[in-house]
Design a protein around this ligand. Structure first.
Ligand code: ADP
Length: 163
């Protein structure tokens, strides 16, 4: 069983084995948490990402952490919310599951997630939190998972989903 805890803060400050990036399918670096991670990891991250030739929504690919205090960055493009009938819930669940698989494959014990898809991609926050919490808790591996909420609304929504 993966163990789940919640903190408020900036994921680029996380010290552990891996952080997850809410990426885009081109893996080209964008705004939000993706931009923050690219700035903090340094320009080598962009070079490494370009060699991966993109990543489909719901899947996950790994790079080193470069200047960040983690060994790995796990890049997963979340679904862009349309109206919920375009497999958004299934794709969001896949993001968490595949990221956790990459963490295990790379021998990680501690991994941090941002709230995937609930920023620019517009996924309704309460629903996304339920999916994140249930997927992480159901994942059968000895992982210490930290959800990093960047703002108060996200923190409160995760707190509720974890009750
Ligand atoms: P998406 O495109 O998947 O919606 P965003 O980066 O727009 O991704 O937002 C996802 C979540 O990450 C939002 O809750 C946003 O507030 C949060 N976020 C932005 N910067 C950081 C950061 N430095 N650390 C952790 N979370 C962050």
């Amino acid at each position: 069983m993966a163990d789940l805890r919640l903190i408020k803060g900036d994921i680029t400050q996380f010290r552990g084995d891996a952080i997850v990036n809410a990426a885009n399918t081109g893996l080209v670096g964008g705004g939000g948490v993706d931009g923050a991670i690219h700035r903090a990891a340094g320009p080598q991250l962009d070079v490494a990402c370009r060699k991966l030739h993109g990543c489909p929504t719901g899947e996950a690919k790994v790079t080193p952490g470069f200047d960040l205090p983690v060994r790995f960055i796990i890049h997963t493009p979340g679904p862009i919310w349309r109206d919920g009938s375009f497999e958004e819930p299934k794709l969001l669940r896949s993001c968490y599951e595949n990221s956790l698989k990459r963490a295990v494959e790379n021998g990680c014990q501690t991994v941090a997630f941002p709230s995937i898809s609930t920023g620019i991609y517009g996924y309704p926050l309460a629903d996304a939190c339920q999916i994140a919490v249930s997927t992480i808790r159901q994942f059968n591996a000895p992982l210490q998972v930290t959800m990093v909420a960047f703002d108060e609304a996200t923190y409160r929504a995760f707190e509720k989903a974890m009750e």
